[in-house]
Design a protein around this ligand. Structure first.
Ligand code: XMP
Length: 510
């Protein structure tokens, strides 16, 4: 299969670069610079290599470097930001601090003639973020773009198909960034663009038909998009040898558990074993208020319920996991601090006896998982559901979890989501939900005093959920949601809107 390597030097845009390449129809994979050698790159058959940005200075001997043999393999290379400086450094150019003329944000650049600049105007806007720059390009290279303060905004050795851009073509602020990546992928690397959800789906089904012939397969459904897509895909391959266990902890959004069950049973005729374990979870969480405690108890209880159910099934050959590509990339880095212990079905392999794991989505980004879901016939409103944390509403309810608070939160959340959809804003905010604070305040309704909960509304826009900005929702949408929540949900006397970005806050409140 045609593929491009994104060689990661610690930049924050590695996943974005890979996604942009995949949007062009070419499979891209991310590998850290110290986990692959030029020989391995050569034998893996990559059509091209993209060197990512990174926070270091190439002239610092402790910064990440790469064996210059890479430049002799005959494989096209595109260096971005730090990757551009590294390319110059490897080929014998000089890089130095840009000092007072460091560039941040939108900058106009003037492009010369180069294969990577085909079809773009002579002058356009790019996104810069650098404190070093190339002061002398390597001998065989020519300068193919400049900005007012950057003498080598892009360099090229057209003969050897080696290119570097100081700016970031992967971010949308670079006006012709997509065209530049397109030029590199198609004109320079000669890719054909064969990576589509349709082909991926067909070949995954064929592969699992072969590999899982005669085997019993078990899938833990969480109710979310990833595990649903993984289950439907596997069902196409193994039919009724697939058993789906849906542990409903009771903290799903209003009606969500029923919708998931209905979709599996009626639309796909996939029998699922739904375990309604709400009371069990409520009991286990009684009196617990500390967020990490809540997460741990839910994770533990989820596994216990699943384990008990799996014991009734008999021998399982294969356990399906809904791992997706960002999980794979993140766990490969291994240096992130634990801010929250994310609960998915990741703990299952330790407790279920099985022979192998199938991870049908491990090569896919979230938007690709959605595309595969649509390809499999999952309705678009199910596929386009926003991300939802494993512990569900339990971590959107501050303080102790009670049945009364759960039902208030489910109703308030459903109204807010309704209003966002009614206003056509569901793709504008990437995640939006209600939180039930533990604060009661005084209100007045009719002529009577009320004393009810404060509901907080949260909506964020983000590319990757690592950072997020609060959404500037129109006041009238907020007003409508607030009016409906206080009028329709008993026990709520006040509604507030969360205007904190991540960082310093996180998306979820707990
Ligand atoms: P935070 O709150 O960490 O959330 O800024 C970032 C994204 O992760 C989701 N999230 C979770 N997803 N299991 C999940 O699968 C979890 O335990 C979990 N906690 C947070 C959150 O909804 C947001 O999209």
């Amino acid at each position: 299969m045609e593929k491009v390597l994104v060689l990661d030097f610690g930049g924050q845009y590695d996943q974005l670069i890979a996604r942009r390449v995949r949007e062009l129809g070419v499979y891209a994979e991310i590998i850290a610079y110290n986990r692959i050698t030029p020989q391995e790159i050569a034998s893996a058959g990559y059509a091209g290599v993209i060197l990512t940005g990174g926070p270091n200075s190439v002239y610092d001997p402790t910064s990440p470097h790469f064996d210059p043999t890479l430049l002799t393999l005959g494989i096209p290379v595109l260096g971005i930001c730090y990757g551009c400086q590294l390319l110059a450094w490897m080929a014998g150019g000089t890089v130095q601090s840009a000092g007072a003329v460091s560039e941040y944000g939108k900058v106009t650049f003037t492009a010369g003639k180069s294969a990577i600049f085909g079809g773009i105007p002579k002058q356009s806007v790019c996104w810069m973020s650098h404190t070093d720059y190339i002061s002398t390009p390597p001998q065989s290279f020519s300068v193919v773009a400049v900005t007012e303060n950057c003498p080598c905004a892009a360099i090229a050795d057209e003969q050897r198909k080696l290119y570097g851009v100081q700016f970031h073509p992967e971010v949308t602020h670079t006006a012709y960034g997509k065209q530049i990546l397109h030029n590199f992928i198609f004109s320079v690397c000669g890719c054909a663009g064969t990576w589509t959800a349709e082909r991926f789906t067909a070949s995954a089904i064929e592969r699992y038909k072969r590999e899982l012939a005669g085997k019993n397969v078990l899938c833990a459904l969480s109710g979310g998009v990833d595990s649903s897509v993984a289950a439907v895909l596997l069902h196409r391959a193994v039919g009724d040898r697939l058993t789906c266990v849906f542990v409903d902890h009771g903290f799903l959004r209003k009606d969500e558990g029923d919708l998931v069950e209905k979709m599996f049973r009626e639309r796909f005729q996939i029998p699922i074993r739904r375990v309604n374990a709400k009371q069990r979870f409520l009991t286990a969480l009684r009196g617990v208020t500390e967020p990490e405690q809540k997460r741990k108890i839910i994770g533990r209880e989820f596994i216990r319920v699943f384990e008990e159910e799996a014991a009734k099934i008999g021998h399982v050959h294969v356990l399906v996991q809904g791992t997706i590509y960002p999980d794979v990339v993140e766990s490969g880095k291994g240096d992130a601090a634990t801010i929250k212990s994310h609960h998915n079905v990741g703990g299952l392999p330790d407790v279920i006896r099985f022979d192998e794991i199938a991870e049908p989505l491990r090569d896919l980004f979230k938007d690709e998982v959605r595309a595969v879901g649509l390809e499999l016939g999952i309705p678009s409103d199910m596929v386009w559901r926003q991300p939802f944390p494993g512990p569900g509403l339990a971590i959107r309810m501050i303080g102790e979890i009670t049945e009364e608070k759960l039902s208030i939160l489910q109703e308030a959340d459903a109204i807010f989501r309704d209003e966002i959809v009614a206003a056509g804003l569901e793709k504008e905010a990437n995640q939006y939900f209600a939180v039930l604070t533990n604060t009661k305040t005084v209100g007045v309704m009719g002529d009577a005093r009320t004393y009810g909960y404060t509901v907080a509304l949260r909506a964020v826009s983000t590319d990757d959920f690592m950072t997020a900005d609060w959404s500037r929702l129109p006041y009238d949408v907020l007003a409508k949601a607030s009016g409906r929540i206080t009028a329709e949900v008993q026990g709520v006397s006040r509604v507030v809107y969360d205007i904190t970005s991540k960082p310093p806050a996180t998306v979820e409140w707990e």
